[in-house]
Ligand binder design. Structure first.
Ligand SMILES: CC(C)(COP(=O)(O)OP(=O)(O)OC[C@H]1O[C@@H](n2cnc3c(N)ncnc32)[C@H](O)[C@@H]1OP(=O)(O)O)[C@@H](O)C(=O)NCCC(=O)NCCS
Length: 373
């Protein structure tokens, strides 16, 4: 196959961030208000009282300390608990377009690419702000790129699936250079009134340039040695929001129209499946686990990443081998492993191998083996 490389990455980080303490204070105010407003029903045993959240629990259970958000005031308002993002006129750039242009600009500069060098734009994200026209086509227009663009969604694995799409398109000749973007506004689908999950997500956008090795001029390039995708149907992470919701008014606004998960089950079922996929992939490629210099894993839970790395490497990973960004960014869905790759690769030497791996709803697992050139 033609040698295909990642020649640039970009990261857009929102200006505002929320600490666990701030998030918990707002949640606990909401709980106190709810319990006060429903005091009679609670006293009569008709409603269970809501319980406070705790910053200590959040950090211990997940490793998350803070998250960046597109809007802080709306999320922290205990009477609202959702980002405050004004609708924009059709003539204005959409919010996902704006984030993507910022991340793309950095990735293109890193790869030394101009708009005229790019043939296709893929927007791969868990949530798209509208069904059509595709956000990718809007970004293509904003950046002045000819060719084509499309949106795709494989939840938390959207980026690795997007990288394989780009690689396949380049391998078959339908594109030579692809810009792949992950504008994740996860706070838009997070239920900030749900104690089990209100702390999980943050917002961000990542960008990746994938191209033929022969056109790449970037100082740093990573050959895509192999990519492997897997999906296994599960309802343990689910969101029933969709265009058919208005067909049944009784369901509109119900909690299942936002992110819902059985976190413990996800942990138990996904970790072994991810470790198995990476181990089998390395075996097929004749790569010994000890040869892996880095594991840029999906950033949902610190213990999950430690467990997966331990299973693959056969020992505890060092913090450098399995870098963590979720402490600062929380779970940013498909963008998490790309942020880890963007921020933690400059020390690698030519010939070093690493695996970029995502996992999440579907279930979906994507693992991309990279070699620094
Ligand atoms: C979500 C997650 C952090 C929760 O951690 P956990 O250790 O599984 O916690 P549990 O939900 O089992 O809850 C443990 C206890 O903490 C309590 N708890 C839950 N949320 C709490 C909160 N915000 N504050 C305080 N206590 C809380 C629970 O009520 C439970 O109490 P109990 O033992 O008295 O019943 C963890 O399961 C996880 O990260 N799973 C993987 C998720 C994942 O990868 N998802 C992919 C999404 S894209």
């Amino acid at each position: 196959m033609t040698d295909i490389v990642i020649s640039g990455t970009g990261l857009y980080t929102p200006r505002e961030s929320i600490s666990n303490a701030e998030l918990v204070a707002s949640y606990n105010t909401y709980v106190d208000l709810y319990n006060e407003e429903n005091a009679e029903a609670i006293a009569a045993g008709e409603l269970p009282p809501l319980q406070h959240s705790s910053a200590e629990f959040i950090e211990k259970a997940s490793g998350i300390k803070s998250r960046y958000v597109m809007n802080k005031s709306g999320i922290l308002d205990p009477r609202r608990m959702a980002p405050l993002l004004a609708e924009r006129a059709n003539e204005e750039p959409s919010i996902q377009c704006e984030m993507s242009v910022a991340a793309a600009t950095e990735a293109m500069a890193q790869a030394g690419k101009k708009a005229a060098d790019i043939d296709a734009v893929i927007v791969a994200a868990s949530n798209l702000q509208r069904p059509y026209p595709a956000v990718a086509v809007e970004i293509q227009d904003a950046l002045g790129i000819d060719g084509f663009g499309f949106d795709m969604n494989v939840a938390c694995s959207s980026a690795t699936f997007g990288i394989q799409q780009a690689r396949d398109m380049i391998a078959t000749g339908s594109a030579g250079c692809v810009l792949m973007l992950n504008p994740e506004i996860c706070t838009g689908h997070l239920n900030f009134r749900d104690r089990d999950s209100h702390f999980i997500f943050g917002d961000v956008c990542t960008a990746v340039i994938v191209e033929r090795a022969e056109t790449a001029t970037a100082a740093e390039q990573y050959q895509i040695v192999d990519s492997k995708l897997q999906t296994i149907y599960s309802n343990n992470i689910r969101n029933n929001f969709g265009f058919l919701n208005r067909g049944d008014e009784s369901g509109i606004g119900k909690p299942d129209k936002l992110f819902v998960q059985e976190g413990r089950k996800v942990f138990k079922e996904v970790c072994p499946a991810v470790a198995r996929q990476i181990s089998e992939q390395l075996e097929r490629l004749d790569i010994e686990p000890q040869q892996l210099k880095r594991m840029w894993l999906h950033q949902a839970n610190l213990s999950m990443n430690q467990l997966i790395s331990r299973r693959v490497l056969g020992r505890d990973p060092s913090p450098e081998e399995s870098p963590t960004i979720l402490d600062e960014y929380a779970n940013t869905s498909s963008a998490g492993s790309v942020i880890a790759f963007h921020k933690h690769r400059s020390d690698l030497r030519s010939g070093d191998l690493g695996v970029l791996c995502s996992f999440g709803a579907g279930y979906s697992i994507g693992s991309v083996v990279l070699r620094k050139l």
